[in-house]
Write a protein of this length. Structure first.
Lengths: 265, 308
C-alpha cells in the first residue's frame, strides 16, 4: 500500500498557499488600519513632540547626535517590534479561538508554509507601521541614513524575529489575557530598557552589563548604526545575535506545529 | 478496488486518559455513501478528526485512496474535504474569501479558485451572499458555506460531521439532494448524523461505533433486513374505549383514537388489518413509530446495556 512515491505540493502550489496566507493577513490589518496603523503614528508623534522636542531640547547631544535624532531609530524599532509581534499573536490566537486554523491544518500545506505565512503577515505589519512611523519622524528630523542596507535588513530581521515570538505566544495562549501578558510585562519593558531613549554608556558599569543581556538592545543599536552611524554595540555582533534568535525560534516554532501543541489534541 | 478510506487498528487515548478509540478497522469503498453512526461520545468525531489530520492518533494507520496520512500526508489531504460539526471559519471574513482562501491553501491560483468558488457557491445557493460576512449568514447558510469550502478543491472523499444539525427541513432536503448529486458524480461521502432517517434514506453502507469500537459494519439493506419487528401507529375513525382481542397481534391502545402495533417482519400487515376490520375498527391513517434504522440503532444500544 505504500509503494507509491509521496507526492507533496509543488513549489508553485506552495507559493500560491504562502501568498494566500500573506494576502489574508495583510488585508486583515489593513481593513482595520485605524486600529493598527494610526495609533503607533499618534503615539510616536507624541514621543517626538514631548521627549524629542520639549524635553530633548534641554538634553545634551548623545554620541554626537541631537537627542531628537538619537531617539528616532529606537522609536521606529519599537513600533516594528510591537506590531510584528501583535499581528501574529492576535491573528494566530484568533484563528485558534474560532477554529479557523483547522482550514489550514486539513490542507496539504507543509507546516513551514503555514508558519512562514503568519510570519510574513507579521513582518508586513511591522514594516507598514515602521514606514508610517518613519514618515511621522520626518516632520521632526531630517532622518539621516548612514547605511541603507543595514537599516533595512535589521528592520526586516527584527520584524521576523518578533513575529516568531508572537507565534509562539499564540500557540501557548489559552485565553485573550494570555496574548497580552508577554507584550505588557516582558516586551514593553525590554524595549524601553533596550536603549530607545538613552545610550547604555550613560548607565553605571553594572547596569551596562545587565543591559547586554537584553536582545532588543542589539536590534535598536544595529538600526541606530544604520541610520546614524553610531551604536553602543558592534553591528556585526547584533546581526549574529538576531540571526541566532531567529534560527532558534524558527526551529522551535516548527517543532510546535509538528507536534500540534495547542492546535491538535 | 481502491478504498476511499481504509482505517487499520486506529487508537486514540487523550492526554486526560480518556480512550476514545480502542482499535477500529474500517474500509469505505470508493464511490460509497457511508453512514458512521453512534451515540454521543462513541468516538465518531475523534475518528473523523484523525482521518482529517485535526487530531493526533495514538496508534494505527489511515489511508486515503491508498495514501498514508503519515508518510504521504499532502496527497492524502488533497483527497479529503471536511465539513466539521462546529463552525470553524473566521466569522468576519466575506463568504467568497473563505472559499477562495481555502482553495489557495491547496495551491489553486486565485483566478481559478474564484471561478470554482462561483460554481460551488451557486450550486449551494450562496452566490448572492458572497460579499456578506460569514457572521451575517443563517445557521443553514453557514453549514452550506462549510460544504462549499470542503468541495472547493474537488476532493474524492467528503466527510460530513452532523451537516444538517439545527437546519430546517426545507434546507436539509436541499442539502440531501446536493449530496446525492455529488455522490452520483463520483464523490465518496461519509456522513455522521443524529437524524437516522437521513442516514437511512441517503447511505448504502453503515458502520456503528460505540465506546471506541466498531460494533456494526454492513450494507444498509442487510442491516435493515435484520430488524425483527416494526412499530406502527394507527389513527382510528371512531373512539375506542377498550381494546378487543385482535388475533394475537401485539397491539396496545395509546389513547381512544390511537393504536400502536408491533409487527414481526415475517407477519403480513393484511392479517392485522383483517382482524381490525373484523373487530369493527376503522383506520384512517398510519405511520411508522420510528424509522427502521432508529429501531435497529436503539435495539443495538439496548443489547449493549443489557450485556453490561
Amino acid at each position: 500500500m505504500n509503494e507509491r512515491k509521496p507526492t507533496g505540493m509543488t513549489t508553485a502550489e506552495k507559493l500560491v498557499a504562502l501568498r494566500t496566507i500573506l494576502t489574508k493577513e495583510f488585508l486583515r490589518f489593513i481593513r482595520i488600519w485605524v486600529q493598527t496603523v494610526v495609533p503607533p503614528m499618534v503615539t510616536t508623534a507624541l514621543y517626538f513632540a514631548i521627549f524629542g522636542n520639549l524635553i530633548g531640547s534641554q538634553i545634551n547631544d548623545i554620541d554626537g547626535q541631537r537627542y531628537m535624532d538619537f531617539i528616532v531609530p529606537g522609536l521606529i524599532m519599537m513600533a516594528v517590534i510591537s506590531n510584528s509581534y501583535a499581528n501574529v499573536v492576535s491573528s494566530f490566537y484568533g484563528s485558534k479561538f474560532q477554529r479557523a486554523i483547522e482550514e489550514m491544518l486539513v490542507s496539504p500545506m507543509p507546516n513551514y508554509i503555514i508558519l512562514l505565512g503568519f510570519i510574513s503577515g507579521g513582518v508586513a505589519r511591522g514594516l507598514t507601521v515602521g514606514a508610517a512611523v518613519t514618515v511621522v519622524s520626518t516632520f521632526f528630523t531630517d532622518l539621516p541614513v548612514h547605511n541603507l542596507a543595514v537599516s533595512i535588513s535589521v528592520v526586516v530581521l527584527t520584524a521576523f524575529l518578533f513575529a516568531l515570538g508572537g507565534f509562539i505566544n499564540a500557540v501557548y495562549a489559552r485565553s485573550f489575557d494570555d496574548i497580552s501578558i508577554i507584550p505588557t510585562f516582558i516586551l514593553t519593558p525590554l524595549t524601553y530598557l533596550g536603549g530607545v531613549f538613552y545610550s547604555i554608556h550613560m548607565l553605571p558599569p553594572f547596569w551596562q552589563t545587565v543591559s547586554q543581556l537584553n536582545p532588543i538592545l542589539y536590534m535598536i543599536n544595529a538600526f541606530r548604526f544604520g541610520l546614524l552611524g553610531v551604536s553602543d554595540i558592534d553591528p556585526a555582533v547584533s546581526f549574529v545575535i538576531i540571526l541566532a534568535f531567529i534560527g532558534a525560534l524558527y526551529v522551535f516554532s516548527l517543532y510546535l506545529l509538528r507536534k500540534g501543541i495547542g492546535i491538535r489534541t | 478496488m481502491t478504498a476511499a478510506l481504509e482505517i487499520q487498528d486506529l487508537r486514540k487515548t487523550y492526554a486526560n486518559g480518556l480512550t476514545a478509540l480502542k482499535g477500529i478497522d474500517l474500509t469505505v469503498p470508493k464511490g460509497e455513501f457511508f453512514a458512521l453512526l453512534g451515540p454521543n461520545g462513541a468516538g465518531k468525531s475523534t475518528a473523523i478528526g484523525i482521518v482529517s489530520s485535526l487530531i493526533n492518533k495514538s496508534g494505527g494507520k489511515v489511508f486515503i485512496f491508498d495514501r498514508d496520512i503519515d508518510t504521504d500526508f499532502a496527497a492524502a489531504r488533497r483527497n479529503i474535504g471536511l465539513v466539521p460539526q462546529e463552525f470553524n471559519f473566521n466569522v468576519f471574513e466575506p463568504v467568497v474569501e473563505i472559499v477562495v482562501n481555502q482553495a489557495g491553501y491547496y495551491g489553486i491560483p486565485r483566478r481559478e479558485a474564484f471561478d470554482a468558488a462561483e460554481d460551488v457557491l451557486n450550486q449551494l445557493g450562496l452566490w448572492e451572499k458572497r460579499r456578506a460576512q460569514a457572521r451575517e449568514l443563517s445557521g443553514g447558510m453557514k453549514r452550506r458555506l462549510m460544504i462549499a469550502r470542503a468541495l472547493i478543491h474537488q476532493p474524492g472523499l467528503l466527510i460530513l460531521d452532523e451537516p444538517t444539525a439545527g437546519v430546517d427541513i426545507e434546507i436539509r432536503r436541499s442539502m440531501w439532494e446536493f449530496l446525492t448529486r455529488a455522490n452520483e458524480a463520483g464523490t465518496t461521502i461519509i456522513l455522521t448524523t443524529h437524524y437516522l432517517e437521513e442516514a437511512e434514506s441517503l447511505c448504502r453502507q453503515i458502520a456503528i461505533i460505540d465506546e471506541g469500537r466498531i460494533v456494526e459494519h454492513s450494507a444498509m439493506r442487510d442491516l435493515l433486513a435484520r430488524l425483527h419487528e416494526e412499530t406502527f401507529v394507527l389513527y382510528l375513525r371512531e373512539p375506542l374505549d377498550q381494546l378487543p382481542e385482535l388475533g394475537g397481534h401485539d397491539v396496545r391502545l395509546l389513547d381512544n383514537h390511537t393504536l400502536e402495533a408491533a409487527v414481526h417482519r415475517d407477519a403480513k400487515l393484511n392479517e392485522l388489518f383483517a382482524d381490525l376490520t373484523h373487530a369493527g375498527i376503522e383506520v384512517l391513517s398510519m405511520k411508522n413509530k420510528a424509522n427502521r434504522l432508529e429501531e435497529f440503532f436503539m435495539s443495538r444500544l439496548a443489547n449493549r446495556n443489557d450485556s453490561q
